[in-house]
Structure formats: structure tokens, C-alpha cells
Design a binder for this molecule. Structure first.
Ligand SMILES: Nc1ncnc2c1ncn2[C@@H]1O[C@H](COP(=O)(O)OP(=O)(O)OP(=O)(O)O)[C@@H](O)[C@H]1O
Ligand SMILES: [Mg+2]
Length: 349
């Protein structure tokens, strides 16, 4: 009888990533100040945080590119400090800044990485073709990467991180700077990889991205975890989405808001009429509530000219969780961070 063991590394199941008490200082900067987190196998953990929060530092430690000052981190059962070689074989990394070789073509980039990962020539060739096709880059395969648009580079980067069929994938702000269409393509690709069994740790500054992809969220700021939980849980703390409803008859603004407030719909926090904008604002937590709100207005004979939804921004999440605005000093670290991201080698330091 054949026993299929999906995780032969000591028979561990459950968490693909386990982090305890992780600390990393750069001079006086506490990039990570005691981080604990778990990523369950086959799920996506979204790590949200503003500039300088410590997201890239976390990803670098989990990729063995940077050593922590204290704490432990296990990935797929391997210790980042004691088993870096084995660990690197199980992970894929798409860094915050494109890491493709500009002079090489898309195909050559992928082929080269395949060879570096010990694939045979034939296998490296096959994998390069397959991934270019999957990321809609076949037509551009022969062009040097320097001629690619930002979105094409990002897709090439993602393809490169998948060459070795990684069990655990780190995506560091995978869609920052992409147009909405390309962003959607990346999201679909990530969803497909998760459906195929990959575990993903995703850092992002976008609540919407976290909502699309993540099962669980961890919010960090200045190297500390300030909130964590399920997507719905966190959304509920922030108040979820806001519906913005424009009545067909502007004179009905107040009565529409009143009807919703009095409706007794489960979980509706109340509706507010915004006379200046001519909109009724309603906070909702689920798609079912959206349907219920529209149904109720229809039943009561209200005409609707337009409905929009507004997701809380990361700033609003912060405001709700900490009662504080994200500090302006975070912005000043961006330049240093961007510069340091291009020089990943400091393991020896
Ligand atoms: N190599 C380094 N040398 C000195 N300081 C660093 C280095 N790398 C990161 N830092 C500092 O550590 C803190 C955390 O940086 P990190 O890059 O992890 O943040 P981030 O959450 O990825 O930010 P961003 O959203 O801007 O990418 C910042 O204050 C940053 O300036
Ligand atoms: Mg970063």
C-alpha cells in the first residue's frame, strides 16, 4: 500500500510557516520587534503594513537572505538558521523590486533560473516555455526584459519564483504600481497556485488585495503586530465596506437614510445622509447585506440612481485599530528601504 505523505519533513502538518519572537535591529531602527505568526499549509497570510513597517525584513529573514538578531522561524519544517539550504529549495520569492536580468530575454531569464535550480537543460526549457505561456508572455519571450512594461516584468518575476514548484511562496507587494488589469491577472495567478496547494505569505499595502487573496491577516507597524485575525474579523473591527447610494430623487435623501436605519437589517450600523454629496452612506460587512439593502429600498419604493462601494484604506484600518494615524516619519524611511532592497546580501553582517 502506498502512503502519500505530503509533508515528509518530520511528519509535521498544519503550519507551513512558524515565526516566534523574531527581532531584527538596524542600528537604532527596530525593523522587527518581536513578531509571532503562523501560516497554515495551503492558505494565504496577508501581512499588511505601511512603509517601513518591517514587511520586507520579515520576508528576507524567511528567505534566509538576512539573519535575525533573536527569535526562531521555521518554513516547511526547516529552520532558517540551521537548515537554510533545504529551506531555500522549498520556497519561491517575488521581491518588492523586479529582480530579472535586464539584458536577457524573458525566456533566457527563466531558463537560467531553472538551470540554477539544477533542472536538466530539457526540463529548464520546458518549464520556461510553460511559465511564459501561463503568464501571457510567449509573444514577448525573445525580447530583452529591459523592453518589458512594469506589468510584464512583474509577471516575469512571478514566473521566475515558480520555476522550482515551491511549496511556500513569498510575495512582497506583488502588485504595487500595477494597473488594475495587470493586478487582476496577478491575483488570478496567485489564486491558481493556492488552489494547487501552495502556501503564500503576501505583503501588501492594499486592503483590497488582502481581501481578495488572504485567509488570515496580520497588521504590523514599526516591527510589531498590532492586529491579526480572519479577514472578516478585521474588517468588522474597521467597519467593513461603506455603500454610497445616490437616490434617484435627491429629495428622498433623508427619508432613505431613515428607512435604512429603522430597517433592523442585521449588522447594519446605521445610515447617514450626506447632503453635500447627495449620498447615503451605509456600513456593511457582507455581500448579503448589500443585497438586503438594495432589496429593502426596492420594497419601500425608493429609486436608486447609483451605488458605489468604498473599502477602508490601510490608513482607516490603522485609525480604527490603533486610534492613531500612521506616523509621518514612516514615509521618510521609504527611500532608505527602496535603496536597501536592491542589495539583498548582508547575511555576513
Ligand atoms: N539594510 C537596512 N539597513 C538599515 N535599515 C534598514 C535596512 N533594511 C530595512 N531597514 C529599516 O528597517 C525598517 C523596516 O524596513 P522594511 O523594508 O522591512 O519595511 P517595509 O514594511 O518593507 O516597507 P515598504 O512598505 O516601504 O517596503 C525601516 O525603518 C527601514 O528603513
Ligand atoms: Mg518592503
Amino acid at each position: 500500500m502506498t502512503r502519500i505523505d505530503k509533508n515528509p519533513n518530520g511528519g509535521r502538518t498544519g503550519n507551513a510557516v512558524e515565526v516566534r519572537g523574531l527581532v531584527k535591529h538596524y542600528g537604532d531602527t527596530k525593523a522587527l520587534d518581536g513578531i509571532d505568526l503562523d501560516v497554515r499549509e495551503g492558505t494565504v497570510l496577508g501581512v499588511l503594513g505601511p512603509n517601513g513597517a518591517g514587511k520586507t525584513t520579515l520576508v528576507r529573514i524567511l528567505s534566509t537572505l538576512v539573519q535575525p538578531d533573536a527569535g526562531t522561524a521555521m518554513v516547511a519544517g526547516y529552520d532558517v538558521l540551521r537548515q537554510p539550504r533545504q529551506l531555500r529549495r522549498t520556497i519561491g520569492l517575488t521581491g518588492q523590486y523586479a529582480s530579472v536580468d535586464e539584458k536577457l530575454s524573458g525566456w533566457e531569464n527563466l531558463y537560467m533560473i531553472g538551470r540554477l535550480l539544477d533542472l536538466s537543460r530539457a526540463d529548464a526549457r520546458r518549464r520556461a516555455d510553460e511559465l511564459l505561456e501561463r503568464f501571457s508572455l510567449t509573444e514577448a519571450a525573445k525580447r530583452p526584459a529591459m523592453q518589458y512594461s512594469g506589468g510584464m516584468r512583474r509577471r516575469l518575476d512571478l514566473a521566475a519564483s515558480m520555476i522550482g514548484h515551491p511549496a511556500v511562496l513569498y510575495l512582497d507587494e506583488p502588485t504595487t504600481g500595477l494597473d488594475p488589469r495587470t493586478r487582476n491577472e496577478v491575483w488570478e495567478e496567485v489564486q491558481r497556485m493556492v488552489a494547487e496547494g501552495a502556501t503564500v505569505l503576501l505583503t501588501t499595502q492594499y486592503m483590497e488585495e488582502a481581501e481578495q487573496l488572504a485567509n488570515e491577516l496580520t497588521v504590523i507597524d514599526r516591527g510589531r503586530i498590532i492586529a491579526s485575525g480572519g479577514v472578516d474579523e478585521l474588517k468588522a473591527r474597521v467597519g467593513g465596506r461603506t455603500l454610497q447610494i445616490r437616490p434617484a430623487d435627491p429629495a428622498q435623501l433623508a427619508s432613505m437614510a431613515q428607512a435604512l436605519t429603522d430597517s433592523g437589517l442585521v449588522g447594519l450600523a446605521g445610515a447617514q445622509a450626506d447632503a453635500a454629496e447627495g449620498l447615503v452612506h451605509v456600513a456593511i460587512l457582507s455581500d448579503e447585506q448589500l443585497t438586503a439593502v438594495i432589496g429593502l429600498l426596492g420594497e419601500r419604493g425608493f429609486g436608486i440612481a447609483n451605488i458605489g462601494t468604498h473599502l477602508p484604506s490601510l490608513d482607516e484600518v490603522f485609525l480604527a485599530i490603533t486610534g492613531q494615524k500612521t506616523s509621518p516619519s514612516d514615509a521618510t524611511t521609504t527611500g532608505a528601504t527602496a535603496g536597501s532592497d536592491t542589495t539583498p546580501e548582508e547575511v555576513a553582517a
